[in-house]
Design a protein around this ligand. Structure first.
Ligand code: BGP
Length: 470
C-alpha cells in the first residue's frame, strides 16, 4: 500500500527502551535476594554469567539519569520475583520492595513512565525445586507475588506486562538455559507448564483490574509473521502451522480465553495436550488484557515438512535453537531479508507485516517491548562507540512501524532492546544491544563505566522530533 501521506506517531507515544532484571542488575545474591532458575543455569564456559551483569542494581541512578538525557518517555524493566519474595511466597523482603520503589521514583523524577515486566524467565529456584511451573501450586505463588506487586507499586505504575516470552520458554527451553545437571522437560510437560502459566496470567490480569483499575496489563510475546517459502500450497499450510503454534496459540489464550483450534488439535494428536481441570476454562475466559506487548526481532520462512528427521535443523549461528518439526514445518532460507552476524534474520518490512497481522487478529493496542540488533560494539579510545548498524536497524524498523500506524495499527509505544548493554540470554556480554555502552568484557569487569553510543544521540533526536523524519 502506497499512501499519499504518512500518519505521525501518536502524541503521547511511549518512546522507551528495555532491560530485564537478571540481564542488567547483577547483585545476584545481595540484600536478601534468593537464587532464581536463571542463577542456577549452567553457563557455557566462554560466556559471562549474570552475577554482576551491568551492575544496574548499584548504578540505577546514573543509568536512569542517562535514560533521561536520551529523552526516554518510558523504561521497561523487570522485577526479580526473588528480590521481592525470596522464598517464592511468604515473607516479603522489604529491601527488594525499596529497590524497585526507588527505581520507579527515579523514573518519575524525570517524567519517565515505568513499564514493569512481572516475570522475565526468572522463577525462584525454591519453587523450581517443588516442581516449578509443572506444579499447580506455582499458579497460586505467582498470583500472590502479583498481589504484592500491585499493593506496593500499583499506584505508581500504569503499564504492566505479565510474563515475558512465554512462547520462547515453552518452544525453545534450551535457549533460556538448563539447570546444572538438569534435563529439558518433555513436550507434554512443557505444554502442561504452559497451561499453568496461562492460568496464572489470567488470574493475575483479573486481580490487576480489581486492584489497579486505572492501569493497563498485557502479555509480552515474541511474535513473528511467517512467509511461505514458495507459492506452493503445501508451503503455505506449513507456514500457517508454525505461525499458529509459535505465535497465535500463545496470544489467543489471554485474549480469547482458549487455545487456537489448530494448536489444540495438534496437541491432542501428539498426546501433549495439557490436563485441564474443572474451572480452568472459566478462569481463562474471565480475564482480558488491555494491550499486546510484542517482542519482534525477525521473521521466519517456512517450507512444507518432508515428514522425516531432516525437517529439524539448528538456527544458523546458534546451536541452542532448533527449528523445524517433523510433520509440521521445515525452516527455509529467504533471499529477500538480511541477517545479523549472529544469524538472526533482519526484516523491517516483516515488522510492519507482523504488526498488521497482530492488530487484525486481536484489535488491541500494541506496545513494542523488544526489537534490536546484537553486535560486538567497539569502544574507541576517545570513549565513542560507532554503532551505525544499530541506527540503521532501528531507523528502518521505525519507518515500517510508521507505515503500520498509517495502515491503522494502534501503537502505544516502542521500547527497543536494550536501554543499556546487558548480558545476552545465552551469548554473553560481547553480544551487545544497548544505546549505552558498559565498559566490561566477558570476564574482566574493568570499571563498568557508561558511554553513550552514536545510537544514543540519534535516538535522542528521534524522540525530540516525535519520529517526524522517519
Ligand atoms: C529475548 C529476551 C531478552 C533478550 C533478547 C535478545 O528473547 O526476552 O531477554 O535476551 O531476546 O536475545 P539474546 O540475548 O539471546 O541475544
Amino acid at each position: 500500500m502506497i499512501y499519499k501521506e504518512l500518519k505521525p506517531f501518536p502524541e503521547h507515544f511511549l518512546w522507551g527502551a528495555s532491560t530485564s532484571a537478571y540481564q542488567v542488575e547483577g547483585a545476584a545474591a545481595e540484600d536478601g535476594k534468593s537464587p532464581s532458575i536463571i542463577d542456577m543455569y549452567e553457563h557455557p564456559s566462554d560466556v559471562a554469567d549474570f552475577s554482576v551483569a551491568s551492575d544496574h542494581y548499584h548504578r540505577y541512578k546514573e543509568d536512569i539519569a542517562l535514560f533521561a538525557q536520551m529523552g526516554l518517555k518510558a523504561y521497561r524493566f523487570s522485577v526479580a520475583w526473588t528480590r521481592i519474595l525470596p522464598r517464592g511466597t511468604g515473607a516479603v523482603n522489604e529491601k527488594g520492595i525499596s529497590f524497585y520503589r526507588d527505581v520507579i521514583a527515579e523514573c518519575r523524577k524525570y517524567g519517565i513512565e515505568p513499564v514493569v515486566t512481572m516475570y522475565h524467565f526468572d522463577l525462584p529456584w525454591c519453587l523450581e525445586e517443588r516442581g516449578g511451573w509443572g506444579n499447580r501450586e506455582t499458579i497460586d505463588a505467582f498470583v500472590n507475588y502479583a498481589r504484592v506487586l500491585f499493593e506496593n507499586f500499583g499506584g505508581d505504575v500504569r503499564y504492566w506486562l505479565t510474563i515475558n516470552e512465554q512462547n520462547t520458554m515453552i518452544l525453545h527451553p534450551g535457549a533460556i538455559g538448563l539447570p546444572k545437571g538438569g534435563k529439558l522437560p518433555s513436550r507434554k510437560e512443557l505444554y502442561q507448564q504452559n497451561h499453568h502459566m496461562m492460568l496464572a496470567q489470567a488470574r493475575t490480569m483479573k486481580l490487576f483490574h480489581e486492584m489497579v483499575p486505572q492501569g493497563m496489563i498485557g502479555p509480552a510475546l515474541n511474535l513473528t509473521a511467517m512467509y511461505a517459502a514458495s507459492c506452493r500450497p503445501e508451503d503455505a499450510i506449513a507456514a500457517h502451522n508454525w505461525e499458529v503454534l509459535r505465535c497465535w496459540n500463545f496470544a489467543d489464550v489471554p485474549v480469547y480465553g482458549w487455545y487456537h483450534p489448530l494448536a489444540w488439535e495438534y496437541m491432542n494428536d501428539r498426546d501433549i495436550a495439557p490436563e485441564v481441570q474443572e474451572g480452568d476454562r472459566e478462569i481463562l475466559k474471565d480475564a482480558k488484557p488491555d494491550f499486546i506487548a510484542m517482542n519482534y526481532y525477525s521473521t521466519a520462512t517456512i517450507a512444507a515438512s518432508r515428514g522425516d528427521a531432516s525437517d529439524v535443523a539448528a538456527r544458523a549461528g546458534d546451536q541452542q535453537i532448533m527449528l523445524g518439526e517433523q510433520g509440521v514445518y521445515r525452516p527455509a532460507e529467504n533471499e529477500y531479508v538480511g541477517k545479523t552476524q549472529y544469524g538472526w534474520v533482519v526484516d523491517p518490512v516483516g515488522f510492519r507485516y507482523t504488526l498488521r497481522k497482530t492488530y487484525e487478529r486481536y484489535h488491541l493496542p500494541i506496545l513494542i517491548t523488544e526489537n534490536g540488533i546484537g553486535a560486538p560494539d567497539i569502544l574507541e579510545p576517545d570513549g565513542s562507540v560507532h554503532d551505525g548498524y544499530r541506527i540503521e536497524f532501528i531507523r528502518e524498523h521505525l519507518h515500517q512501524m510508521r507505515l503500520a500506524i498509517t495502515d491503522g495499527v494502534e501503537m502505544l509505544g516502542y521500547c527497543p532492546w536494550a536501554a543499556i548493554d546487558v548480558v545476552s540470554t545465552h551469548q554473553g556480554y560481547r553480544k551487545r544491544y544497548g544505546f549505552i555502552y558498559v565498559d566490561r568484557d566477558e570476564f574482566d569487569l574493568k570499571g563498568l563505566e557508561r558511554h553513550p553510543k552514536d545510537s544514543f544521540y540519534w535516538y535522542q533526536n528521534v524522540i525530540k522530533e516525535n519520529g517526524e523524519s522517519l
